[in-house]
Design a protein around this ligand. Structure first.
Ligand SMILES: Cc1cc2nc3c(=O)[nH]c(=O)nc-3n(C[C@H](O)[C@H](O)[C@H](O)COP(=O)(O)OP(=O)(O)OC[C@H]3O[C@@H](n4cnc5c(N)ncnc54)[C@H](O)[C@@H]3O)c2cc1C
Length: 391
C-alpha cells in the first residue's frame, strides 16, 4: 500500500511504496533483503526534520518502534540506545543515570540516528557535533547483515558511519559517550552588531556556549550564553536568565515553520562571512524577515562532518515555508562558497561531488567506504547520487 508522506517543513513529499515501522533488527534486515531483491531503494526516516531530498518513493523505514535505552556502562559513562529514540526522550533517562549529552542543537525533536547522520550540532568553540558523541553503532547493511561498528576496532568505518546520511545502512543502535549530569545558566540579551563584533572573541573564549541570531528587521543581535553552574535554579527570577538541567536549557521550541540553509566556514572567516551575508540581506534581499544564526563548532575527524579537520563557525539563513527561498538561498550559497563553506547535510544546498572533493578533505575516503558497504546503491536516491557523483 502506498503512503502519503512529507518532511517537517513540507519541502519533501512522497507517495511511498512502503513506509515500514519495524520493531526488531531482524525485521529491518528482512525488509532490506526484500527491497534489494526487488531493486528498490531504502531510506531511513528519523523525525524528518531535514530539508533536503533524502527520501524515496520506494521503501521508507522509520524506527519509531525501536526507541529507548538498551544498556549502560556506568564506569565509561556510555549508553547504548535504540536509534529511533528522539533526543527529547533521552534527557530524563540519562539524568536518572547521573548523565547528560555533551551538547545538543537548537531543538530536541530529532531522532538519535537522524541527528548524527547529518552532523547535527549546537554551539560552543570547545564542543563538537552530536555525531562526535558516538563511540559505536550497529547498522543493517545492504545485504541484510547486522554489523557492529566500534571505534576501537575499525576507527575509519566509525568515522564514516558517524555522519553518513543513511548511505551505509539502517542504523539500529547507537552507543553515546555521555558526561556527568550538569546544570546550565542561560543568559540572553540584545546587542548591536558593533557591540557583538567587539565582544565576540571574549564571548567565545569565556563561555561554554555562545551564539546569536541577527534580526534583519532591527539590525540587532539576540545574544545567548550558557555555562555550567552548581546552582539548580535562579535565586530570584531574573529577566533574560534561566538555570536548569542541560537537556532542558539547551533546546528551544520552534513555533513557526521555515526552510533553512546552513554552511560552516573556517572559524577565522566567520565574522567576515556574517557581515557579507548581512550586507546581502540589507541590499538584495531586504524583504526576507527571518534571522541569521551564528554558532561556533570545534574541529573533529569524521569524514563528512562539516567541521572535519577545522574549527568552524556555522551560519544559517531561513525563509518561511510559504515564501520562495530559491533565489535567496542561491545567493547565500554563492557567498558561503567564497568563504570555503561546507554544507550542513540536512539543510538546503546544491553542492555536488566535484565541489565537495575540494571542500571536504576526507570526502573521497567516505566515498570508498560507502561503495564497499553498499555497492549496488540500495541506500541512495537521485539527490544523494549527485552529492556523491554517481551516475
Ligand atoms: C526546527 C529545526 C531545528 C533544527 N536545529 C538544528 C540545530 O540546532 N543544529 C543542527 O545541526 N541542525 C538542526 N536542524 C537540522 C536537523 O537537526 C537535521 O536535519 C537532523 O538530521 C534531523 O534529524 P531527524 O531525526 O529529523 O532525521 P531525518 O531528517 O529524518 O533524517 C536525516 C538523515 O538521517 C537518515 N536516517 C534517519 N534515520 C536513520 C536510520 N535509522 N538509519 C540510517 N539513516 C537514518 C535519513 O535517511 C537522512 O539521511 C534543525 C531542523 C529543524 C527543522
Amino acid at each position: 500500500m502506498t503512503t502519503d508522506w512529507q518532511n517537517w517543513s513540507g519541502s519533501q513529499k512522497h507517495m511511498a511504496f512502503d513506509l515500514a515501522l519495524p520493531d526488531s533488527e531482524l525485521a529491518v534486515a528482512e525488509l532490506i533483503q526484500r527491497a534489494a531483491a526487488a531493486g528498490r531503494s531504502v531510506r531511513g526516516i528519523g523525525s524528518a526534520h531535514s530539508f533536503v531530498p533524502f527520501w524515496t518513493d520506494d521503501h521508507l523505514v522509520s524506527l519509531d518502534n525501536m526507541k529507548g535505552l538498551i544498556s549502560h556502562d556506568a564506569a565509561a559513562r556510555q549508553v547504548t540506545v535504540w536509534a529511533g529514540t528522539k533526543l527529547h526522550e533521552l534527557g530524563e533517562p540519562l539524568w536518572d543515570l547521573g548523565l547528560a549529552m555533551e551538547n545538543m542543537g537548537d531543538i530536541d525533536r530529532q531522532s538519535v540516528a537522524g541527528a548524527i547522520s547529518t552532523g547535527t550540532h549546537g554551539t560552543g568553540a570547545s564542543l563538537q557535533n552530536i555525531s562526535s558523541q558516538v563511540v559505536g553503532l550497529r547498522l543493517v547493511k545492504a545485504d541484510g547483515a547486522i554489523v557492529d561498528i566500534n571505534g576501537s576496532v575499525d576507527p575509519d568505518l566509525l568515522r564514516a558511519a558517524q555522519v553518513s546520511m543513511g548511505t551505509l545502512g539502517v542504523i539500529t543502535q547507537v552507543t553515546l559517550q555521555a558526561l556527568p549530569a550538569y546544570h546550565l545558566h542561560e543568559r540572553n540579551w540584545q546587542a548591536s552588531v558593533a557591540e557583538c563584533a567587539e565582544a565576540r572573541e571574549d564571548l567565545i573564549t569565556n563561555n561554554r556556549h555562545w551564539e546569536f541570531f541577527w534580526d534583519p528587521q532591527t539590525d540587532q543581535c539576540a545574544m545567548k550564553t550558557l555555562n555550567v553552574t552548581e546552582a539548580q535554579s535562579l535565586a530570584l527570577p531574573t529577566p533574560g536568565q534561566d538555570i536548569g538541567r542541560s537537556y532542558r536549557v539547551i533546546p528551544s521550541a520552534r513555533e513557526f515553520k521555515f526552510n533553512e540553509i546552513e554552511f560552516s566556514v573556517p572559524a577565522a572567516a566567520g565574522w567576515d562571512c556574517f557581515l557579507a551575508l548581512r550586507h546581502l540581506m540589507q541590499t538584495d534581499f531586504a524583504d526576507v524577515r527571518w534571522p541569521l544564526e551564528y554558532r561556533t563548532l570545534k574541529a573533529d575527524d569524521m569524514f563528512l562532518s562539516s567541521a572535519s579537520d577545522r574549527d568552524s563557525v556555522t551560519i544559517s539563513a531561513h525563509q518561511g515555508v510559504n515564501q520562495p527561498y530559491q533565489a535567496f538561498f542561491g545567493a547565500v550559497e554563492d557567498l558561503f562558497r567564497e568563504y570555503d563553506g561546507r554544507p550542513h547535510w540536512g539543510k538546503i544546498h546544491t553542492q555536488q561531488a566535484s565541489q565537495l572533493e575540494i571542500s571536504l578533505p576526507q570526502f573521497n575516503r567516505f566515498r570508498e567506504i560507502r561503495q564497499s558497504m553498499d555497492p549496488q546503491g540500495l541506500f541512495l536516491n537521485p539527490f544523494l547520487k549527485q552529492v556523491f557523483g554517481i551516475d
